[in-house]
Every structure is written in C-alpha cells, then in structure tokens.
Design a protein around this ligand. Structure first.
Ligand SMILES: [Zn+2]
Ligand SMILES: [Zn+2]
Length: 258
C-alpha cells in the first residue's frame, strides 16, 4: 500500500497544507488543502474520500474537488461518482453547512439528481470498509465534534491514522495485540499551549507521552497536524520525551509503502 502525504499541518501558510493522505492513488484520507497539489489527472483517479470529522481543515478539498472533476467524469464511461464516507454526523454537517446552495452548490444533486458527482456514504464506529481492495477499519477518536480515525490492514501490519483527537483510551484498547506498522498521530500544539490542546480535543507532546505508553507494537510513529511555526518547539519537546520509539514529524510530499 502506497501512502503519499498531501498535507499534515494544523493550519495554512506557505509550505503548510492541511490534512490529507493519498492511498494507492485511489483513496483520500481527509481532504484538507493538500488536495490542491494534485494534478487534474490525479484528482480524477480518486474514487473514495474517507473523512475523520467535519472540521474545515479536513473537508474543504471536497467541494472544490467535486467541481474540478465533474466534467471529466461526465465525459468518461461508465460514470463514476466521488464517494465520500464518514460518520452520520459528519455527513449531516456537510449537507447543512457546506452543500447548502449558500456556501457551495449541492453537488449531491449536480449536474443532475440521477447522476450526481458526489455520493455521501455513512459508516459506523468499528465498521470495516472494503474499498479499492483495502480493508479499512473505523477507529475511535475523542474530539470536540464526532470524530474517528482509520486503520488499514497492510502486509507489514496496520497503518493507523488517529484523526484529530485528545487522549483516546478506546483506541489503545482497540489496537491491543495488533502490530502497528505506522502510527500517524496528531500533536497539534506544543506543551506551552497544553490548556488549548485540552479544551480543543487535541494532543501536545506531554499528552502524547501518555498515549504512546499504551501502545504495544509499533514500527514507527509519525507526527501530524502541528500548527505552522510550532514544529521546532514540538519536535524539541518530543525529543525530550525519550520514548525510544522511532518518531518522525511528517512533511507534505513524504511517501511510504507498507
Ligand atoms: Zn478537528
Ligand atoms: Zn484538524
């Protein structure tokens, strides 16, 4: 399984793009501003978008992408919609607050109701999806809105993406006994903003230490969602934890194979 990091920042600035991972060229895990670096050909190949939650930094690529690929998809045979998979509350939020014909046209009915470019598919926590030849498990997350993470089974073990989350004991219980090839875990804030991390359902290095202590078998830990400008502080505080785990801070453009 090939993973390309399109965006892994907690906000934007030059060189900083918000969360999105491209899996095997066919599946997006979250659709932040990193999606905008894909060529039209690359966008057109994507069949599925998995959303961890409704926050703007994870969903804003979808309305723009739907618009970008719609005419190519209409010209191709057979017609392939873009399928967005998420928790029911996330899909409801998209319908009410994005595809409401005010913020953006309702692409679940365009270009015509019987052949719409966007399809919204609800999943449940704990559900296992089979998409594009991959088994993808919906994992628990604890954030300020209903949220989840994802685990994808690979020959080297599980690729686990936490999504946005604060301390998350349910996730570690769920991963008990499994080999994790790579854990992509958020550390949105430095320890200087621990109070903000706690109130906003995010992690900082001090909170991350408590999470990693509950992880059994992991090949590597990849840090994501750090706020622009905070990377030196966060990586310094992560080094000071001395977890002994192989740990990297992700950058847009990083590629992995598992
Ligand atoms: Zn969020
Ligand atoms: Zn976020």
């Amino acid at each position: 399984m090939d993973i390309r990091v399109l965006g892994c920042s907690g906000a934007i600035a030059k060189g900083n793009r918000t969360t999105s991972f491209l899996i095997d060229g066919r599946i997006l895990v979250d659709a932040g501003t990193g999606v905008g670096d894909l060529t039209l050909d690359e966008l057109e190949r994507i069949d599925h978008v998995l959303l961890s939650h409704s926050h703007l930094d994870h969903v804003l690529g979808i309305p723009l992408m739907a618009d970008a690929i719609m005419r190519r998809r209409l010209a191709a045979q057979p017609f392939r919609p873009l399928r967005v998979h998420a928790l029911g509350q996330t899909l409801d939020a998209l319908r009410r607050h994005v595809f409401n014909d005010v913020i953006w046209p309702d692409f679940t009915r365009l270009p015509k109701t019987e052949q719409a470019i966007l399809e919204l598919h609800r999943f449940q926590p704990g559900q296992v999806l089979e998409l594009a030849g991959l088994r993808i498990e919906v994992l628990p997350a604890r954030h300020t809105v209903p949220a989840c993470g994802f685990g994808i089974e690979t020959p080297s073990g599980w690729w686990v993406y936490t999504g946005d989350t604060g301390p998350n004991p349910d996730l570690w219980a769920c991963l008990k006994g499994r080999r994790v090839a790579q854990l992509v875990i958020e550390t949105a804030f430095s320890d200087d903003e621990r109070a903000l991390a706690e109130v906003s359902g995010h992690l900082c290095p001090g909170l991350l230490a408590g999470e990693l202590a509950q992880l059994e078998q992991v090949g590597s830990v990849a840090i994501t969602h750090v706020k622009p400008g905070e990377l030196p502080a966060v990586t310094g505080q992560l080094d000071a934890l001395r977890t002994g785990l192989p740990m990297v801070a992700l950058s847009a453009g990083d590629c992995f194979n598992f």
